[in-house]
Design a protein around this ligand. Structure first.
Ligand code: UD1
Ligand code: CA
Length: 454
């Protein structure tokens, strides 16, 4: 059966008090709506229809790269009205999963369960029993069978005692949506067209309404304000941390770990506190990440140890390297095995060969460093003349003395040595020593200026 996904995302999200539309607020580094679209894609839905209203262009631009069909709901007249505006593009057969753009953590497994359950009945809901159900639509059952959903504002005192709530996630046959939605009325406490009224319509048509519970309660939590957003962020992070620990990662404290993307891991990876992982990262066996590191779109091979407060973006790091504390790897940094990068060393768009070391206060930009070379403290590759970028090439087993400036384009040969404090503007051939500094001036018995007592 063909499956369409309908995502409700037209609400303004007034309570966020933000200029950004609610569905663009980030959870784990990705917009709320992005999580829902990602899950819809995993279900291999035939089409994903998103209903937008507030901040429409912003929302569409954010997802311009996705195969999403956009339907505008210019006026927010209720959830039923929202789904109704999709009817002109909704296929006549198959089934639709109806999701909310502000309920980001709904899982593929729960939705699969819902799809399976609703296939036989034509309509199914995700429901949940909560200790405090106030505010939610309540599931009214008779002899265990669902009869209706009653919104909190329309519910009787007796109905308000019901703890089973409507999570706002449904699976409905498209044919029925085409039949029912034009008949919704807005004569209720809020004067809105309620999508929830389709449940009573299904019962009137003699259908049974299936229900499933989510695998995990936080999956159906919605975000209305920043307090809920922060709470859900923590729950989602706790869940991700648990998955990583189940894969064998040693998280020193899972409550102080943030993953904003995907992390692939080998065995016995150890991650200290307050580490943030972003984008797509992969860590090999026995990788250790010190406290406070921020690592984005980076691959780190087995046995590498990263000391605290290092920041990496789009780097590739070899095996058994030692990095940090306070090291920065910028896009295009490529470290071979056994490299050492120390404190206050920045590497950008540069490859560093096997076993080479830059241990202190150094900038390596647009450089190629061979194997076994030593880059002294305070070395700077001067790669930029204010308009253009140039390359510095350093061979194998070279030794760059401390506080040297290598003015690119320039090439330092294999086994070459640069004396400390040199400004190198011309190539240095293999095995040569280049020193560029004035001869040391000496004045014997120098009379240092004295303070004159008044
Ligand atoms: C809805 C359900 C309620 C359920 C609750 C779960 C109805 C009538 N009620 O209530 O049973 O317990 O969700 O959170 O459906 N939206 C639009 N266009 C509109 C109105 C809403 O796109 O005209 C979107 C919102 O942006 C949001 C979603 O639909 O993503 C839910 O709307 P909301 O107003 O939050 O519904 P609730 O009153 O919470
Ligand atoms: Ca809501």
């Amino acid at each position: 059966m063909s499956t369409s996904v309908i995502i409700l995302a037209a609400g303004k999200g007034t309570r966020m008090r933000s200029s950004l539309p609610k569905v663009l607020q980030p959870l784990a580094g990705r917009p709320l709506l992005g999580h829902v679209i990602e899950t819809a894609k995993k279900l291999q839905a035939d089409n994903i229809i998103t209903i937008y209203g507030h901040g429409g262009n912003l929302v569409q631009n954010e997802f311009a790269h996705e195969h999403v069909q956009w339907v505008e709901q210019a006026e927010q007249l209720g959830t039923g009205h929202a789904v109704k505006v999709t009817l002109p593009v909704l296929p006549k057969d198959g089934q639709a999963l109806i999701l909310s753009g502000d309920v980001p953590c709904i899982s593929q497994q729960t939705l699969q369960k819902l799809l399976d359950a609703a296939q036989h009945t034509g309509i199914g809901l995700v429901t949940l029993t909560l200790p405090d159900a106030s505010g939610y639509g309540r599931i009214v059952r008779k002899n265990g069978k669902i009869q209706a959903i009653v919104e909190h504002k329309d519910a009787s005192d007796e109905q308000r005692q019901i703890k089973e709530i409507n999570t706002g996630i449904y699976c409905v046959s498209n044919a029925k949506l085409h039949e029912w939605l034009p008949n919704l009325s807005n004569s209720n406490a809020q004067g809105e067209y309620y999508l929830t009224d389709i449940v009573a319509m299904a019962i009137a048509d003699g259908l049974e309404v299936a229900s499933v519970e989510p695998e995990r309660a936080f999956e159906v939590e919605g975000v209305n304000d920043r307090v809920q957003l922060a709470a859900l962020e923590r729950e989602f992070q706790t869940y991700q941390a648990k998955l990583l620990m189940q894969q064998g990662v040693h998280l020193i404290d899972p409550s102080r770990f943030d993953l904003r993307g995907q992390l692939t891991v080998g065995q016995d990876v150890r991650i200290d506190i307050n580490v943030i992982i972003e984008g797509d990262c992969a860590f090999g066996d026995n990788v250790e990440i010190g406290a406070g590191c921020v690592i984005k779109n980076t691959t780190i091979a087995a046995g590498t140890k990263v000391q605290p407060y290092s920041v990496f973006d789009s780097a590739i790091v070899g095996e058994n390297t030692q990095i940090g504390p306070f090291s920065r790897l910028r896009p295009g940094a490529k470290l071979a095995d056994e490299v050492h990068i120390g404190n206050f060393v920045e590497v950008k768009n540069s490859s560093i060969g096997l076993g080479s070391k830059a241990n202190h206060f150094t900038y390596l930009g647009d450089a190629e460093v061979g194997a076994g070379s030593n880059i002294g403290a305070g070395t700077i590759t001067c790669n930029y003349d204010g308009a253009n970028k140039f390359k510095t090439i350093i061979g194998d087993a070279a030794f760059i003395g401390s506080n040297s400036s290598l003015v690119a384009p320039v090439k330092i040969g294999n086994g070459a040595t640069v004396g400390a404090g040199s400004t190198i503007t011309r190539d240095v051939a293999d095995n040569c020593l280049a020193v560029e500094r004035s001869k040391q001036f000496v004045k014997e018995d120098y009379p240092r200026p004295q303070k004159i007592k008044k």
